[in-house]
Design a binder for this molecule. Structure first.
Ligand code: UDP
Length: 239
């Protein structure tokens, strides 16, 4: 079709758990492939795509430290988990013919590229999907904050946060039938009401740079492309 997308450059943030499918841990290859197809369908529109993938399907710093590990060590393990997910997504995208770069906040030259802002921008201009791995490179942060940081640095027009539900609700829609979806909501309301869109530091960083966050369902086939074309339901978090 000839639809012209409303966005030129976007950040897609997904959790590590999105790659798990219905399994209990790690990577589910058919699910990784399904998401790669969603990304390709948007890439085919000519949209420049940045991605950040979490690591929760493999390791989370907080749960590691709850078991007695030093928090910073546990967080570094979490960051390494995001590199594995990024490599899996790179492999799935390249299988579909989409050129990608995995760019790590922690240099590991044999595995992927180090983060150099201007170089990443150049990749985007050449229509390579940039998958930013290892979070921010710092413990005590999350990949939501990493996605917001990189989206700002790459001048993305919005963050698309793919979740299990089609937006932000006043209560959990999987538990309450009368849960109400917000069409739009402000950053401050999200923070005041403690709505679990992204963690507070990510929301504040988006707010301070007027970066819209669009929450949509990743489970909806064709959902990412539809949302970019202004179809389907989502919630827009804005100023
Ligand atoms: N992490 C970190 N610094 C960052 C990003 C991530 O220390 O900048 C660690 C942290 O321990 C986190 C783990 O990596 O628990 C996995 O990331 P996250 O929990 O954001 O993954 P998701 O919930 O999105 O799957």
């Amino acid at each position: 079709d000839t639809q012209k997308p409303a966005f030129r450059r976007v950040m897609l943030k997904i959790s590590g758990e999105a790659l798990m499918g219905n399994t209990a841990f790690g990577l589910h290859p058919p699910t990784v492939e399904r998401i790669a197809r969603e990304v390709k369908s948007v890439h085919d529109l000519g949209v420049e795509i940045c991605m950040v993938i979490g690591g929760g399907n493999i390791f989370r710093g907080l749960s590691g430290s709850a078991q007695g590990m030093e928090r910073t060590t546990a967080d570094y393990m979490g960051m390494l988990a995001t590199v594995m997910n990024a490599l899996a997504m790179q492999s799935a995208l390249e299988e579909l013919g989409v050129f990608t770069r995995v760019i790590s906040a922690i240099p590991m030259d044999q595995v992927c590229e180090p983060y150099i802002r201007r170089r990443a921008v150049r990749h985007l201009e050449k229509k390579r999907v940039c998958i930013f791995a290892a979070g921010t490179g710092n413990p005590y942060f999350t990949t939501d904050t990493a996605a917001t940081l990189r989206a700002n640095e790459m001048s993305c027009e919005a963050i698309f946060k793919g979740t299990k539900v089609d937006g932000v609700y006043d209560k959990d829609p999987k538990k309450f039938d009368d849960a109400k979806r917000y069409e739009t909501i402000t950053y401050d309301e999200v923070l005041q009401k403690h709505l679990g869109v992204m963690d507070a530091s990510a929301i504040a960083l988006a707010r301070d740079n007027s970066l819209p966050i669009i929450v949509f369902s990743l489970d909806e086939p064709g959902g990412f492309r539809g949302i970019l074309a202004g179809e389907g339901t989502s919630t827009r978090v804005h100023g």
